[in-house]
Write a protein that binds this ligand. Structure first.
Ligand SMILES: C[S@@+](CC[C@H](N)C(=O)[O-])C[C@H]1O[C@@H](n2cnc3c(N)ncnc32)[C@H](O)[C@@H]1O
Length: 226
């Protein structure tokens, strides 16, 4: 199944399924990312693979509308679903339909590049990171929130069992298990926290760090452009 088809199928139930599958904890994980970003008023971010724009909306709430967010995603259905609920800082949001590997922005445009639960879907992670570095201003920050690898092997076994149920829950809520099998498969294939840290470093970023949440169910990577 192609990535575009996956997100076409889930677009109108995307936010609901996120809440169900993560028991609402994706909200907490995203707040952890915004906490670590420590956004300052006047900041401009690009929310790559932004989908319905959850990250941008949280960022704008935090800076009380004194900032700019560009929600960038190749899937127009995801972008449109996100624009249905008018956000209180809608005037600070722009939306761009484009893939991470070919961003239609000038060099050195943004203070921060954020990708939340999106990098697993990139066709080419290195090309995506090259583009991230290009569109960031010098001193700009890259942040990535993604499913990762649990540190504790017993918990990892329990999590594996839970993962096997996800496609079945998808079938119940969205009527199709294939997009959720895709989700489970891409999580499994994604590099570990340490491996991903090296990939980011090898793409020219500095001061690469990561933080695990819930023992590594998800991890946030942070890096800087010199
Ligand atoms: C799981 S959603 C994440 C949405 C949002 N960032 C969040 O945290 O809720 C993944 C998004 O990645 C997008 N995507 C798929 N392929 C992509 C690519 N090559 N470049 C950028 N985004 C892509 C999908 O269209 C989808 O909206």
């Amino acid at each position: 199944m192609e990535t575009k088809q996956v997100f076409d199928k889930v677009a109108n139930k995307y936010d609901l399924m996120n809440d169900i599958m993560s028991f609402g904890t994706h909200r907490y994980w995203k707040e952890c990312l915004i906490d670590w970003l420590q956004p300052k008023p006047g900041m401009s971010i690009v929310d790559v693979a932004g989908g319905t724009g959850d990250i941008s909306k949280r960022f704008l709430k935090r800076v009380k509308g004194i900032g700019k967010a560009n929600i960038c995603d190749p899937n127009v259905n995801m972008l449109e679903n996100g624009s249905k609920n008018i956000h209180i800082y809608e005037n600070c949001i722009s939306r761009t339909c484009a893939p991470a590997e070919n961003l239609p922005f000038n060099n050195k445009t943004f203070d921060a590049y954020i990708v939340s639960f999106g990098i697993r879907n990139f066709n080419d992670i290195n090309k995506g990171l090259e583009e991230a570095l290009r569109v960031l201003k010098p001193g700009g920050r890259f942040m990535c929130l993604e499913f990762s690898k649990l540190e504790n092997s017993n918990l990892a076994k329990i999590y594996e069992k839970y993962s096997q149920m996800i496609p079945k829950v998808g079938k119940l809520v969205v009527g199709d298990e294939e997009p959720y099998q895709y989700l489970v498969d891409t999580i499994e294939k994604f590099p570990s926290q340490q491996e991903f840290k090296e990939i980011i470093k090898n793409n020219g970023f500095i001061d690469v760090e990561y933080r695990n949440i819930f023992n590594g169910v998800v991890a946030i990577h942070s890096a800087w452009k010199k």
